[in-house]
Design a protein around this ligand. Structure first.
Ligand SMILES: Nc1ncnc2c1ncn2[C@@H]1O[C@H](COP(=O)(O)OP(=O)(O)OP(=O)(O)O)[C@@H](O)[C@H]1O
Ligand SMILES: [Mg+2]
Length: 401
């Protein structure tokens, strides 16, 4: 008879109490060490509840990766919605990730879908769509808190929408104001690409989220462990070690992922608690979430070039490799899957983008008097893991089989 692996797993004792609460998209009820930010946001938006539709607030939230910006705003949005509902005030909270909805059109269609059902998708310009939204809000006597998360993805391409949204009520006097905006960006410098009047509107209210200290990370992880694991699964020393690992990466998602992975390793070894070895193995195995996410959304041409960099680096004993060697490998990769290689200048652009995203570093070394050569290095990530991940993504995209 075939072994029923599910039955076997279900019979086994688990160390999880609620495994789903370790998922990086899970929003916990509380956010230790973000109370101050939640309180500040509430103060800024209180007039939406006291004098509904009297003003349109526009706020920018900024701060490094994985420090609870999205989670805080999601909790805040829901808090605003439920408080308004209790008082019979019509406020809807709409959270849009601009990395996923990369154009004004997509953002606006997403908003419309959330406030009006059965809207025909085609045949409208962004300006038309904005008008439809404003009319619907007026007819339904509704105010929306629009969160544009990872707003930088929209700014680089398409700042018309941001311009329109920030100046929506400029021509009207004393009319109800129905859209408030929270924009979230890691780095404020992306705002510089906007026109100066939009910048000045947005810059008037900026909330900076500070990075967590190692002690704060310890508290947060302790809380997340209480939610997700049974009691006494992880001892205090190990929790401190996990906090240090997380602090080093500067991203709480990494800590949560390592914890989850370590628990899985412990279970596979039939342990009823976490050992240092489980944590160490998990830490070695994981690719930082930020890189994972970045690769997922990379164009296949760029992925193929990155794959060539990884393969070339794997094939050399040195820590860095020259661009010409990478190009050789790149041509082989392209030939194997019958793709036309990109031009040198395009590839050079890709390299600079990889550098900006923190995947590689480029070093210029003087070879001889005639010139300098670029040497490329991949930082801090296991090449084998990276290669596997790129392969998986390319397979999913149907580029390789
Ligand atoms: N204070 C906290 N308490 C509990 N969990 C937290 C806290 N801060 C962050 N987290 C968790 O850490 C993870 C990362 O947080 P979040 O997604 O909000 O980061 P972010 O600042 O939006 O990062 P990015 O700039 O990459 O989008 C989430 O799973 C979130 O639930
Ligand atoms: Mg976020």
């Amino acid at each position: 008879m075939v072994t029923n692996y599910f039955e076997n797993l279900l019979k086994r004792d688990t160390i999880f109490k609620a495994e789903n609460t370790l998922d990086i998209n899970y929003i916990p009820e509380r956010l230790p060490h973000r109370e101050k930010e939640l309180s500040l946001l509430s103060q800024l938006f209180i007039s939406l509840l006291t004098i509904p539709n009297s003003l349109s607030r526009k706020i920018i939230i900024t701060g490094c990766m994985g420090i609870g910006k999205t989670a805080t705003v999601k909790i805040f949005g829901n808090m605003l919605h439920t408080t308004a509902q209790k008082r019979g005030i019509n406020i809807k909270y709409i959270h849009i990730n601009c990395r996923k909805e990369r154009t004004s059109y997509k953002v606006l269609i997403n908003i419309i879908r959330q406030i009006q059902i059965n809207f025909p998708k085609r045949g409208y310009s962004p300006q038309d769509l904005l008008e439809v939204i404003l009319n619907t809000l007026q007819n339904k006597n509704l105010h929306i808190l629009l969160v544009l998360d990872e707003l930088n993805y929209l700014i680089n391409k398409d700042d018309d929408l941001i311009y329109s949204l920030t100046r929506m009520y400029d021509d009207s006097y004393n009319c109800p104001q129905r859209i408030s905006i929270i924009g979230i960006v890691r780095d404020l410098s992306c705002l510089n690409n906007l026109d100066s009047s939009t910048i000045s509107t947005l810059q008037s209210n900026i909330i900076k989220f500070n990075t967590y200290s190692v002690e704060q990370i310890y508290d947060i992880l302790k809380y997340r462990i209480k939610l997700s694991l049974k009691e006494d699964i992880i001892n205090d020393d190990l929790l401190k070690m996990l906090s240090e690992i997380t602090y080093d990466k500067g991203d709480l998602r990494y800590g949560l992922n390592v914890l989850w992975k370590a628990c899985k390793i412990a279970e596979s070894k039939y342990l009823s608690f976490l050992s240092t070895e489980c944590l160490r193995l998990a830490n070695q195995e994981l690719i930082p979430y930020s890189i994972h996410n970045l690769l997922k959304y990379l164009k296949q041409e760029k992925l193929l070039f990155l794959l060539s960099i990884v393969i070339s680096l794997k094939n050399t004993k040195n820590a860095s490799i020259s661009l010409s060697e990478i190009l050789e490998q790149y041509h082989i990769v392209c030939e194997n899957i019958r793709k036309i290689p990109k031009s040198y200048s395009q590839l050079w652009n890709y390299l600079n983008e990889f550098k900006k995203d923190g995947i590689i570093s480029i070093e210029l070394k003087s070879k001889n008097i005639q010139g300098r050569r670029s040497y490329i290095k991949i930082l801090d990530i296991s090449l084998i893991k990276l290669e596997n991940l790129i392969h998986k993504i390319l397979e999913k995209k149907g580029v390789i089989t």
